[in-house]
Every structure is written in structure tokens, then in C-alpha cells.
Design a protein around this ligand. Sequence first.
Ligand code: OOB
Length: 551
Amino acid sequence: MLDLTEPALAGFTPWPADLADRYRAQNLWTGETFGEVLAARAAAAPDRIAVLDTANSWSYAELHHRARSLAAGLARLGITPGDRVLVQLPNRAEFVEVIFALFELGALPVFCLPAHRAAELVPIAEAAAATAVITCRTHQRFDYAALAATVRENVPSLRHVLLVLDEGQELPEGARDIAEFRDEPVELPGPSAGDVAFLQLSGGSTGIPKLIARTHDDYLYSVRRSAEICELDSDTVYLATLPVAHNFPMSSPGILGALWAGGAVAMTPDPTPATAFPLIERFGVTITGLVPPVARLWTERAEAGDTPDLSSLRILQVGGARCQDELARRIGPALGVTLQQVFGMAEGLVCYTRLDDPIDVVVSTQGRPMSEFDQIAVVDDNGVEVVPGEQGNLITQGPYTIRGYYDNPEADARSFTADGWYRTGDIVSIRPDGNLVVAGRAGDWVNRGGEKVSAEELEAHLLEHPGIRDAVIVGTPDPVLGQRICAFVQPADPEQRPTLTAVRKFVRERGVAAWKMPDAVVVIEEFPETGVGKTSRKELRQLLTEGVHGN
Ligand code: OOB
């Protein structure tokens, strides 16, 4: 029966009742929970493979049993419906077991990235008032158990540290082994579809972390629609290449889309071609999603030839940051795949290029909203809609876009309009064919004495330079202009370092306005990254303040 009671979690901003009613009436929100979806798939095809990693291969029946069993154990430990539980795990099978156990119980995973450290996790745990953390002992030589212990020392609400242990790993004092909590399954009341299913983290946040509460109803709708657009079915093998807790590999269509379609989820512990390519061959991977820097690595590796057999791979998605047209053009031919651009955000809205779109759309745009019920508008800084086709600020609302952050009225005041539209912070234009072109983030503009330069736009020019492999533009403080333009460039050949004069000449010769010329060029071997593999502009700016100077 449809449950129409309001979600109970304090701090969650529900959709207005009339809209929620409409989404239910139109069967966008179907009233199912993630636990129910897994139960249905396990009943329909118990022996089909659900999850694969280098150590495990679990059928749907097995995954379902494991989730119910761990849910029973966590309930015995004292974790109750509505509790928030930090989950910080690398890409491995147990991630799926843990989150479905929490879904089953009605406790809320808080999706942390393996790259997070105490400076991020403590404020996240505080903001979520988390009661437990589930992590691993070590991964890539980092001691996650020690990190979890530090978080517990600093966050009074946090009582339990639970670890996924590998063979032979010792349990540190004060932590518990999740294997102790794989109990006999019991009947649990479970959550309702209108309840919050988990807390996701917002991309870039400073100060109090912005937590994103998503319900079973709204998130399942986005998963289902994503799976339809990507034509997933029971033969799908989705490889989680990016950190799986991130919204893109989680649900666009990600691991949840693959499970929704009755397909399989495969995990790679790291995204490098050396690790991921053999796993594509071994698991028969059909689809995966990458951020542009990783897509560049894969493309270059494939162009060099002599790779494992990648012929099972049909769809390669690129998203999370702007994929330059130059790279987009190379991906399909190099890897023998259909490229799909994905422009999304943990707050909701996800845009896709469609699998049958003309190549111009796939290479030059970031696609269009996945749902006909998504509303988007492009507005100027006063909130007035711009002339169609012009660049402006993207705002959105719809059946899977949040109406406010979790318990954070200050962030809401900045990020939502009075009538509930989410201000994405992205500068886009909408083409006549309805596809969006992302020009950058409102913050990724360098304001050089009043002249605004889109970092993305200038990067695209630099990428056309034969001596430049990758480029990132950041604005740096300037006493006269306000900001000046600094170009961090990764040379194609480390012996041939592009100079400022050469770069300026090259950009000028491309017919670019003089005020867009870089003021400094810094040659850098590797770009610092955020936890999910996007280039970190923040750290690049930091490098400059630490005295790395351009020429
Ligand atoms: C995804 O989600 P978040 O929450 O980590 O970051 C969202 C922001 C967007 O507002 C936009 O600024 C940027 O990341 N972004 C892109 C992009 N995809 C995301 N900018 C340009 N081109 C793209 N294709 O990153 C995310 C969530 C779901 C699916 C895909 C990505």
C-alpha cells in the first residue's frame, strides 16, 4: 500500500505536498524501497550474478541474504532506523552488502569517499550526528581504522567503529569486525519509500558540510530513468571505476542502475588502465563511467595499442567535470565504445547525451535532462531568464532534485530560490536542440578587471596546443585587476616546457580576445585531484600561495 505519511527525519526538506502527490500519481515515485527492489530481483533470478570483485562473486540470492543478515546484526548492535552511519569503503563487494544492509534496516549510510581524511570526516560526522562508521582496516597502505578511531574521539555521537577485514588482518582495539554481525536474518519493519534513504555529500563545500538527503522514492526514480536511457538489462555488467560512493557511479546509472536492471556490478579497486583493463576483459564489462582525466588516461593507453580485450565494453560515460571536445572526439574511436556525456549533481538533476544522438551532440554538449519532469532555466545574476541560447546560471527543480540541504538553513538561503529551485552554480547555455553546454562554474570564472574569462573556455584553447597534454586555469589575486589568469599546464613532452610567450602567442593566434591571455604559465607534472579524481582548482591555487611561480 502507498504510504503517504511525511518523512520523519528532522532537517529534511520535503517536496511541497501537491508536487509529491503528482509525482506519485504519475508513478514516478512508485512507493518501492531499495530493499524491496533487491528482494524482487533475488526472487526473480536468485542465481544470477549481482556483485563481482577480485575476491568475490555473489548471486542475487546471496547478496540479498547477506544484506538481511548484516541488517539483523546491526540491529542487535543497537543501530536503529533513522541512525546515520558513515560508510567509507573502497570499491569492493562489501560496499554493496553494507549499504543494502543499512537500507534494509532503515539506517542511513552517509557516503564518504576513501580520499576523505579527519578534516572532512569529523565535520561530516558532526553534521550528520552519526552513530557509527563502517570502513576497512587498510587500503592502499592507508590506515582507515586509525582514521575512524580519530573521528570517534572527536564526535560524541559516534559510538561504533565497524571494519571490513581481509584474511589475516588483525582487529584493532575498540573496533568490531562486521563478520561478527552477520546474524540469522530477522523480519525488520524497514523504511517507507518516502523516507530518506541516505545522505550524500555535496561536491565542493567549505564550512559546514552540505549533506544531501535523498528518499527511496526520488532516488529510485532517477536510477530507473538512468537505466532506461543507458539501455541496461540483465546482461549489463557495470564497472564501478570511480569511487563508488560518489553519485555518478552510484546512480547514473551506476551500481544501483545495474542492480535495478537485474545486471551485475563489478568493482575495480583503482581506475588505472593497468588495473581496470584486465578486469573489463575478465568480467565482460559492458558500461562504466569516468571523469575526464581518467578518460584521457584510458584513451591514451588504448591509442597506444596492445591492451587486454575490451570488446565487451559498449558504453563509456564521461562526466563530473567538463569533457573537452578534443578528448570527447578521441574516446569512441580509441576504445571502440559509444561515448555518453553525463552532467549531473548529487543534489539531483542529471543530464545525458542519448546513445543514438548525432556525434556532434555527443562530442560538443553535456546532454539534456533525463526526465521530462525536470524543469530547467537559465537566468542572469538577478534571476531573470536570459535570451534563449545565451549563457547564464542554471537553476532546476524536479522529481529527484532536493528542495533543501539536510539541516543547513544558511546553505539553503544561498542555494535555493524562494520557490524551491536549486541554484546549480553552473554556467550553461541551452542549444536550440535542447542540449546543454556547460561553460563552467560561476566560481570558475576568472574576473580580470571586470572582464570575465571562463576557465573551461580558455582550457579548451590550450588543449589544442600540440605541446600541452592537459591544462587548468585558475584565477589568482592581483592588486590591480582583482584577479589574473594563471594557466597550469601539463606538457605533452616533459622535455619541451611551453613558455608563457609561446602560449600567449598560440592563444592569440586562435583569435581569442586579448584579455583572455594567460598572465602566467606554470608547468606541472601531475594535477592534484579531489577525492573523486576531478582536478582540484583549490589545491592549484594553494600551490601558488606556497610560492610556485609561473614564468
Ligand atoms: C557529479 O556530482 P557532484 O555533486 O560531485 O558535482 C556536481 C557538479 C556540477 O554542478 C558541475 O559543476 C560539475 O560537477 N559537473 C560537470 C559535469 N558533471 C558534473 N561540469 C561539466 N560537465 C559535466 N559533464 O559530478 C555528478 C553526479 C551525477 C552524475 C554525474 C556527475
